[in-house]
Design a protein around this ligand. Structure first.
Ligand code: PLP
Length: 287
């Protein structure tokens, strides 16, 4: 099955939608490193509805690794669908109050956690670290095999790790666009630059980040966004997720409409998944 489909629009740029799971791409070389370092446990962090928590739990089950999820906030029962599935996949859950959670990247705190939970390969929140990038760079090679001459690659941005990885796989002739899923996304440029610097020894300039399509902030939504998701599904038979891909596609279509790219150019937008989030979303908002 080919992984892309054309999204027909009335505008002169061509829009192709490529389906790919960025979480699995970010995990690939981290899992390899965990095995090389002879770890049998992955320990990571995330919010209660996190796609990354879901992905790590599933990867642990698939690869025979124990998984520990340190979840932001209070434990609630029954578990929401994301956490229930993580537990079904074998993940052990522990909860961190918000003040502790803010310390998740501090080496001292991480050392304490490893003391407490035992030796483990530590994955940061969202799975973004230097080893996440090469897996995402490979995604570009896979796209090129089927779509050799696209002009722009668009992706949602949360931590910026996926975008940074794509940049490492792109030549200078092609552009990347990140659409921030959160408010005040201006900081993402610094994050992406630091990551590419770490991975390939230089900042890469051929990208822009759009910060105006966050719909109120991370995991926030509006009636407009939900209407867009419904219309997109009705017209193109594709379900978008409410946190990342819907905001990215809304932004990309808006920019195409505004004539951001020359007539005849091809924009490939990456549908990064995240559909597991709908179950928890419906539980919270569809009463
Ligand atoms: C579905 C989905 N799309 C996009 C992203 C954003 O990726 P990144 O954090 O690498 O910017 C995430 C976050 O993991 C995600 O779950």
């Amino acid at each position: 099955m080919s992984q892309f489909q054309e999204i027909l629009t009335p505008y002169p740029s061509r829009l192709l939608l490529w389906h790919d799971d960025n979480k699995a791409r970010k995990l690939k070389y981290n899992l390899q490193a965990a095995r090389q370092q002879r770890h049998d446990t992955l320990l990571t962090f995330g919010g209660a509805y996190s796609n990354h928590i879901a992905a790590v739990a599933a990867a642990g089950r698939q690869h025979g690794l124990r998984t520990i999820g340190l979840i932001r906030g209070e434990a609630t029962q029954p578990l929401n669908p994301t956490l229930a599935q993580a537990v079904a996949d074998g993940m052990q859950l522990h909860y961190l109050d918000r003040a502790s959670y803010r310390r998740r990247a501090e080496p001292d705190f991480q050392a304490e956690l490893l003391q407490q939970h035992g030796p483990a390969y530590l994955l940061p929140e969202g799975g973004t670290n230097a080893l996440a990038l090469p897996g995402c760079a490979e995604l570009v090679a896979d796209i090129r095999q089927q779509i050799p001459d696209f002009d722009v690659l668009a992706v949602p941005a949360g931590t910026g790790g996926t975008l940074a990885g794509l940049l490492c796989g792109l030549g200078e002739q092609q552009q990347a666009l990140g659409v921030a899923a959160l408010k005040n996304g201006g900081f993402l440029r610094g994050e992406v630059d630091a990551l590419t610097q770490q991975a390939v020894g230089q900042k890469l300039e051929n990208y822009t980040i759009e910060t105006g399509y966050h719909f109120g902030g991370y995991a926030r939504h509006s009636a407009d966004l939900l209407a867009f998701i419904r219309e997109f599904q009705a017209q193109h038979s594709v379900l978008l997720d409410p946190v990342y891909t819907s905001k990215m596609l809304f932004g990309v279509l808006d920019l195409i409409r505004q004539g951001r790219w020359a007539a005849g150019s091809t924009v490939v937008a990456i549908h990064t998944g995240g559909l597991q989030g709908w179950a928890g979303w419906r539980e919270r908002f569809d009463q």
